[in-house]
Design a protein around this ligand. Structure first.
Ligand SMILES: *Cc1c(COP(=O)(O)O)cnc(C)c1O
Length: 463
């Protein structure tokens, strides 16, 4: 028993006295170092107990491990990852990357004070909506505007203010679920509005709305079926026709357009994306959309429409519960300012750059990356080939965009093993894994990602 390996383990107090431990105590505090020494010794004990090793870990290695454990405590779980999936608006990866200027605005807002609710001209209190409102009015042609936490919140507050206790008429073709927990019928019931379904899944006609209007009707609702399409024998009612019916019966028309296209995206091959300005021009009373989909900004729910309704929404108690924080507002303002000239939006908003990058350029990037990866010994077969990217983001997930990918077949690892290894890099790389292949879609790689991918791959095969 005297020479049991367990007995040879140093004590916590011994270790704490060592000179080599003092820098860690200085940096992380004594309490944490004590905790981490206990954990490290505990894990050595377990190893000995389970017969792996004899506890002969040299003391300097033990101290090194304690330091690593301390550092790990401060390593955030949220961190930059490399999106090789080819999904531009990936909800699990934070949707739209911000323009550099928008990210900087959020950073500045975060690290100090700002005039969030203060008018610098008068020195008086102002609204945090004030800088955003005129921008949204300019960009959509609406009479007024307000912003909340996301489009789900926007839909909820709009329905509550316009239709609590009353009926909202909605086509059965638009009873959608968008990304997990956003289901129109459930949002409707939480808001206190009563859902009045009309038409069928594939066919809804103006007369269906017309016939459903009654004394308890508060609104006509249009919801963009963002993540699916009904094709074949179909008929839908345009926002113009809905507005005509609404006007005739003096009922407001609400349009949840979803992805928040400020311009016509058909030039990028994205068909049927409703444009906010068009819906307002058609006469919709309230139009809602997300900030982090096709707008390319931070998470937000944008509501534009008539002053009468926006004023009432802003007085609702939910407005306070749904309000945006200073960082998001700063990033949103900067993003919207970029949108005021299309050239700047296209130049500086990453989503636009990704959508617009010509196929030949994507091909060149893919071939370049493949060439560099091929020169790494032991990585296996690497080739560039054509494939497709997806817009994603619960808005237009099935919209395909022609792209190029780098396909990697590792000499020894299966595709799942390689993907696992890539996820565990210092800057995790998320590839698309399909049919025995690991693919990196270069359309979703950021400029600075290329070097990192090559360096990490090189380190991976040499270790
Ligand atoms: C995405 C989407 C929503 C939800 O928006 P969030 O900003 O994610 O809350 C609601 N309605 C439609 C039509 C959408 O496309």
């Amino acid at each position: 028993m005297a020479d049991s390996p367990l007995r040879r383990l140093p004590s916590v107090n011994d270790l704490l006295e060592r000179d080599e431990v003092q820098p860690a105590i200085e940096e992380f505090g004594r309490d944490l170092v004590v905790r981490m020494i206990r954990e490290e010794i505990g894990s050595l004990r377990q190893k000995i107990a389970s017969g792996q090793g004899n506890g002969e870990l040299p003391e300097n290695a033990l101290i090194h491990n304690v330091r690593r454990r301390c550092e790990a405590q401060f390593q955030p779980v949220f961190r930059r990852v490399i999106n090789g999936t080819g999904i531009l608006l990936h909800t699990n990866l934070g949707r739209a990357p911000l323009a550099e200027s928008a990210a900087r605005a959020a950073y500045q807002a975060a690290r100090g004070y700002l005039n969030l609710e203060l008018d610098l001209a008068t020195g008086k209190r102002s609204s945090r909506q004030a800088p955003i409102k005129p921008l949204l009015m300019e960009l959509t042609g609406a009479e007024s505007a307000t912003v909340v936490n996301n489009n789900a919140a926007a839909t909820l507050i709009v329905l509550r203010v316009v239709a609590s206790g009353k009926e909202v008429i909605l086509s059965r073709g638009q009873l959608v679920e968008i990304g997990g927990s956003f289901r129109i019928p459930e949002i409707m019931s939480v808001s206190g509005a009563i859902l009045r379904e009309v038409g069928t899944t594939n066919i809804t006609r103006p007369s269906d709305y017309e016939n459903a209007v009654g004394p308890n009707t508060a609104a006509l609702l249009q919801v963009h079926p963002s993540n699916y399409r009904i094709t074949g024998f179909t008929e839908t009612v345009s926002i113009e026709s809905m507005v005509a019916i609404g006007k005739k019966h003096q009922i407001p028309v609400i349009d949840d357009i979803g992805s928040g296209a400020l311009i016509d995206f058909s030039r990028y091959g994205l068909e049927d994306e409703p444009v906010a300005r068009k819906s307002i021009a058609a006469g919709a009373d309230l139009v809602m959309f997300s900030g982090d989909k096709l707008l390319g900004g931070p998470q937000a729910g944008i509501i534009v429409g008539s002053r009468k309704w926006i004023d009432r929404i802003e007085k609702d108690p939910l407005m306070r519960a749904f309000r945006l924080d200073k960082m998001t507002l700063a990033a949103l303002e900067t993003t919207l300012r970029l949108h005021t000239t299309q050239d700047r939006a296209r130049k500086f908003i990453p989503l636009y750059r990704q959508l617009e990058m010509p196929l030949e350029q994507v091909q060149r990037l893919a071939e370049d990356l493949a060439g560099r990866l091929r020169s790494i010994p032991g990585l296996g077969q690497v080739k560039a080939r054509e494939d497709v990217s997806f817009v994603g983001g619960g808005s237009v997930p099935s919209q395909e965009i022609a792209s190029w990918v780098v396909e990697i077949r590792h000499d020894r690892l299966s595709e799942e093993e390689l993907a696992h290894l890539l996820r565990h890099q210092p800057v995790p790389i998320l590839p698309r894994v399909q049919k025995g292949q690991v693919l990196l879609d270069v359309r979703t790689l950021m400029e600075e990602d290329m070097e990192v991918v090559v360096a990490q791959m090189a380190a991976l095969t040499s270790s």
